[in-house]
Design a protein around this ligand. Structure first.
Ligand SMILES: [Zn+2]
Length: 474
């Protein structure tokens, strides 16, 4: 395998990835604020950085992937006030919903999933360091970060001081020394969650939460910090300011990666446009929908904006149907050797800043190579692209497919279960197949054909083979 290159938002260019410790790669990604179901845009970074984590695990002996849960936030407080549901119930339920939805998208859990409310002591310690270093000040029950005290402020997002002010949605507060200063700690009234602190009972600002959780679990500096493009300013700009000023001499994140935005039907998703979709809405389309949505996300390069349409979701399902049909027919073959060589060819584009569209195209070429053995078709074009002069032996392309697909996290399920669609009528189909077998044994061909036609009318196709009868949905 060759070197890994990643686009670093801070450098505004692709850079060769050089981990701080090649024996242990460390990555932090901003997780959800748990007050509502995840929408389609929330799913994109989860899937993108899941692929990156899988790739890093293939390349390095140890990876620690940290993705937080923000369970203290004014949006959560507002939701509780509006609905009357206790805050703890909202955050517990929404966290469980998030876990279920992301698992349905094939995203593996991160190695550590810290909750903000479990790290208040670290936040207070960070804020105390910032005050001691002259980068923060207490005023009127608040603690603010002094933006003019950090000369590199604005470097990550590339904004000028005027743009910074315009983008920060400044609320002019009398306790701020500078209009751009942002809140590290704020006072809580009796009806709002709060913790004791040197500045009175209060709660953290959002930005300090991520600086504290990444510090606790990954140290003063680590390799990769990821998140959605919309987090670069002010959230990530403020994280840099806090962490670099609290720990002088440390660079915080060495690589910043941001995924592009997700549109629905060509428009920015919004409740007023009627194109707002939760992940749960998509999963309701069928047992295939989670994996199809994951494939849809990966068919666009992570930095580009992505347009979700139901047609694109159905196209992704059709691609998975073809993949699983190939896997269900392919003869078993050992991995390693030629198979690993072909798997590396599929994975190679991922080393070039996670080029998932090209990796998926090469996965389709492996399908063509395997299908040429089992159902026919010409492998010539796929062979040329893969640099092969002779077709792979039966099962070898499928073994390579499985190995590479595991890095992408697509088509990794049981082919028979996929092709049977996970419907709740599987027992009825099995009973009909048994009845047809009995009819055939009794040489009652008319009855056997009637059962087959009956199933076909319901969209169930039977395939008689040496090992018995298998079925799949049309
Ligand atoms: Zn964050």
């Amino acid at each position: 395998m060759t070197d890994l290159f990643l686009h670093d938002s801070a450098a505004r260019t692709k850079r060769r990835f050089q981990p701080i410790d090649p024996a242990h790669v460390r990555m932090y990604v901003c997780g959800p604020t748990v007050y509502d179901l995840a929408h389609l845009g929330n799913a994109r970074p989860v899937v993108v950085f899941d692929v990156l984590a899988r790739l890093l695990r293939r390349l390095y002996p140890q990876v620690t992937y940290v993705r937080n849960i923000t369970d203290v936030d004014d949006k959560i407080n507002a939701r509780s006030r509006d609905s009357g549901e206790p805050i703890a119930a909202i955050t517990a339920r929404t966290t469980a919903d998030f876990h279920r939805d992301m698992a349905a998208l094939g995203a593996l859990p991160p190695d550590v999933e810290p909750r903000a409310t479990g790290h208040i002591a670290e936040m207070i310690a960070l804020i105390e360091r910032l005050i001691a270093n002259g980068h923060a000040y207490a005023a009127d029950g608040h603690v603010l970060f002094s933006v003019p005290s950090f000369g590199d402020y604005g470097k990550l997002s590339g904004r000028t001081p005027d743009e910074l002010l315009a983008g920060a949605r400044i609320d002019v507060a009398p306790y701020k020394r500078d209009a751009g200063d942002f809140v590290l700690w704020k006072p809580s009234d009796d009806a709002t969650p709060g913790w004791g602190s040197p500045w009175g009972r209060g709660r953290p600002g959002w930005h300090i939460e991520c600086s504290a959780m990444s510090w606790k679990h990954l140290g003063e500096e680590f390799d990769i910090h990821g998140g959605g493009h919309d987090l670069i300013f002010p959230h990530h700009e403020n994280e840099v300011a806090q962490s670099v000023c609290a720990f002088p001499g440390h660079a915080f994140a060495h690589y910043w990666m941001h995924n592009g935005m997700l549109l629905v039907d060509g428009e920015k998703m919004s409740k007023s446009l009627g194109n707002f979709r939760t992940v749960r809405d998509i999963l309701a389309e069928g047992p295939w929908a989670g994996e199809a949505f994951r494939l849809l996300l990966l068919r666009t390069h992570y930095r580009a904006s992505l347009d979700f349409t139901m047609e694109a979701l159905r196209e992704a399902k059709a691609e998975l149907d073809d993949h699983y049909a190939m896997l269900s027919r392919a003869p078993a073959a050992p991995g390693g050797g030629a198979a690993t060589h072909l798997a590396d060819w599929v994975i190679a584009p991922l080393l070039d800043d996670l080029n998932t569209p090209l990796a998926l195209a090469r996965l389709r070429d492996l399908r063509t190579l395997e299908n040429a053995v089992t159902v026919g078709g010409s492998p010539a074009v796929a062979m040329e692209r893969a640099g092969l002069t002779t077709p792979p032996a039966p099962g070898v392309a499928a073994a390579a497919f499985r190995e590479a697909a595991a890095v992408l996290g697509v088509a990794t399920g049981d082919p028979a279960a996929w092709l049977q669609g996970g419907g709740d009528d599987a027992a009825d189909v099995e009973a009909a197949i048994a009845a047809r077998l009995a009819a055939r044994k009794a040489k009652n061909w008319a009855e056997a054909d009637r059962i087959r036609d009956d199933l076909k009318a319901k969209g169930i196709l039977l395939e008689d083979g040496a090992g018995g009868t298998t079925w799949r949905r049309a």
